[in-house]
Design a protein around this ligand. Structure first.
Ligand code: ADP
Ligand code: MG
Length: 656
């Protein structure tokens, strides 16, 4: 059944070359019971690993049936390990987090025969462990562990059982039990190859091979070779099917099994999994919250601009270029009330206009203090800015003329100074000057960038001469008659100002006229920049979360190298290992992503409730975050998973 020819295997340890196998040839027939003996270091294990397809020889050929299998693919070798070979290790190599039964079921998963789970129970019962099904390896004695391992080796009905010093770690009573189990199997027709030190064990075998320094030095048969013609026929059929189709199609059940494995792996490292899930969670939550803030700001600005009306023009001194820079004399046009009056008389294009001065003011009422924006305006402000008071009234022309000390409060200011009480009729101090509150402005809303209700409106004259100490108007707001008259109005006003202020034809810098489209663009550009900034910070935190997952996966791959080796030894191929680890990282990313979406939504809601900023969680940002976390799970899981899948079974098993 097995024939190997001229097998060499050399390990090089720095300068020294160790010839573990030095030209070994061997033929083993079906139904044999072979014991391999020899001093420690004589190459017995190396030979067993090559026979069991856990290791590849440097040179030499290996025939199974009458097929050369030295150059088979990983997939085929895995299938052969899974269904033809059953390997029993000296160290048992049971997976510690699983029960005896689950350990015995593992090879079934890789054979795609999960539905035969009953078989694992039978094999466990067959080795006398039926009352220890649900025990974990740490709750079993050495002998019991080895019996579970034998059940695992048997579960796929292999043709050949290979056991490398199966009794080496056991007491004498367990030894006898294990030997009698193995002997029994041989009597039922299984080919049995066993490495042992002990004469008593070898006594049961019908063929004893002695090794020394990587060579076979004697090969004795104890009795007649037994040929089982039926077994041979069966085995040829099995080999053909495996070689023709190494993978059993059972994708769905396999997937469910991988999922179970992933969940149990995550549960057995709760803290570690939690931390990496947390990384993704925070990343996704911040992306959602940041995008919600940006979107909210954008929408509230759009609303604000829409409420201004599209026919508005804004006239200001100086150019955009000279703003914020120390201005040279003569480059700035200062506006006065006569400019305002002249503009208001351009009745062909202009409906009305109001002047505006702004500054900061310290507002005091009783023991409350509030610093806010103070804006002095004219009466048309109420109509032009949709600021008809929600409570009380706006001031009139006479009050403006008389520089009356009357004020209208924005909602935020009213709330800060008066709480729920009605402020109308109360007295406040603005920069130490007494004012009477005559109204409260309608609520306009807030974004992350600006609270439009944090403002106090007073007559422009009062603001200039009594509070802020100004000689000139900061800016003039003009309402054109119709959208198509914006351009003519702009030209008429420009000409008027040039004439009044005796400016040169080419002196374009001393004042500027902007329409709402310009203002909207500027505001939108600002929000866009802010959103982009917030978004990239969030994206970075998501990336950091992803790297966290990768780190955890790498650690977990390294820590579970022996588990990977064992899985491969019992028939997992590269793809199985890849899938298992990938599912694990995708699962973590998904859990993190989903809870991140909820957290992000919750945080946005809290920002809205407590800070009063406009937020908008868009389906787009949710989809983006979900896809992103999935991609991160795959992208950062692939490398560790790939690394895990490339390991040689025996290298991985040896890993400490
Ligand atoms: P046995 O099982 O008969 O005790 P092994 O087959 O395990 O012997 O080892 C045979 C020889 O190969 C020993 O000299 C051992 O030191 C060497 N050897 C085995 N595995 C390795 C390895 N992974 N790296 C280097 N040398 C090894
Ligand atoms: Mg050994």
């Amino acid at each position: 059944m097995i024939e190997i020819k001229d097998i060499y295997k050399t390990y090089s340890l720095g300068q020294i070359e160790v010839k573990a196998l030095d030209g070994v040839s061997l033929k083993i027939s079906s139904g044999e019971f072979v014991a391999i003996m020899g001093a420690s270091g004589s190459g017995k294990s190396t030979l067993m690993h090559i026979l069991g397809l856990l290791d590849r020889p440097d040179t030499g050929s290996y025939f199974l049936g009458d097929r050369e299998i030295t150059r088979l693919t990983d997939e085929t070798l895995a299938a052969l390990r899974n269904r033809v070979m059953g390997f029993v290790f000296q160290q048992f190599h049971l997976l510690p987090r699983m029960t005896a039964l689950e350990n015995a079921e593992l090879p079934l998963i890789y054979a795609g025969k999960r539905h035969l789970a009953e078989k694992a129970r039978q094999e466990i019962a067959g080795v006398g462990l039926q009352d220890r099904l649900r025990h974990r390896p740490s709750e079993l004695s050495g002998g019991q562990q080895q019996r579970a391992a034998i059940a695992r080796a048997l579960v796929n009905d292999p043709l050949i059982i290979l056991a490398d010093e199966p009794t080496g770690n056991l007491d004498s009573k367990s030894k006898e039990e294990i030997i009698s189990i193995l002997k029994n199997l041989n009597q039922k027709g299984k080919t049995l190859i066993i490495v042992t030190h002990e004469k008593e064990v070898a006594m049961h075998a019908r063929r004893v091979i002695q090794m020394r320094d990587g060579r076979i030095i004697s090969d004795q048969r104890m009795d007649q070779e037994r040929m089982l013609s039926e077994v041979v026929a069966l085995e040829d059929g099995l080999l053909d099917t495996i070689l023709a189709k190494p993978r059993k199609a059972a994708g769905q059940t396999k997937f469910l099994d991988y999922l179970r494995q992933a969940v149990s792996a995550m549960l057995s490292h709760k803290m570690r999994s939690l931390l990496s899930i947390l990384g993704i969670l925070i990343g996704v939550a911040s992306v959602i919250a940041m995008l919600a803030l940006g979107q909210g700001a954008k929408e509230s600005i759009e609303k604000q601009v829409a409420s201004l009306g599209s026919n508005l023009l804004l006239i200001r001194p100086g150019s955009t270029r000279s703003q914020g820079v120390a201005l040279q004399a003569g480059t700035v046009t200062r506006f006065t009330f006569s400019d305002l009056a002249a503009i208001s008389k351009l009745t062909d294009e202009v409906v009305r206009a109001y002047p505006s001065v702004t500054g900061r003011g310290q507002i005091v009422h009783a023991d409350k203090n509030w610093n806010t924006q103070v804006e002095g305006v004219g009466v048309p402000y109420a109509q032009m800015r949709a600021a008809i008071p929600a409570a009380g009234r706006f001031f009139n022309e006479q009050e403006v003329r008389l520089r009356e000390k009357v004020a209208l409060l924005g909602m935020t200011v009213a709330r800060e100074l008066f709480g729920d009480a009605n402020p109308v009729g109360e007295t406040i101090k603005i920069n130490l000057v007494n004012f009477r509150v005559i109204g409260v402005l309608p609520e306009k809303g807030a974004s992350a960038f600006r609270d439009q209700d944090d403002i106090v409106i007073i007559p422009v004259t009062t603001a200039m001469y009594r509070v802020l100490g100004r000689q000139y108007i900061d800016s003039i707001f003009v309402e054109a008659k119709a959208p198509e008259l914006l351009q003519p109005a702009q030209e008429a006003i420009s000409a008027l100002i040039r004439k009044e202020h005796r400016l040169d034809e080419d002196d374009n810098d001393s004042f500027q006229i902007r329409n709402m489209a310009d203002i909207k663009n500027t505001l939108e550009a600002t929000t866009k920049t802010m959103s982009l900034l917030l978004g990239s910070i969030a994206a970075i935190s998501l990336l950091v979360g992803g790297i966290g997952i990768m780190n955890i996966m790498l650690v977990s791959v390294t820590e579970r190298t022996r588990e990977i080796g064992l899985r491969k030894a019992i028939g997992a191929n590269n793809r199985d290992i890849l899938a298992q680890f990938l599912i694990e990282s995708v699962l973590m990313a998904l859990i993190g992503g989903l809870s991140g979406i909820f957290l992000g939504g919750g945080v946005s809601l809290l920002i809205n409730i407590f800070a009063g900023w406009a937020v908008r969680v868009s389906p787009f940002s949710v989809a983006l975050a979900a896809i992103f976390s999935l991609v991160i799970g795959v992208a950062f899981g692939i490398w560790p998973a790939h690394k895990a899948s490339r390991l040689d079974p025996i290298e991985a098993l040896r890993y400490e």
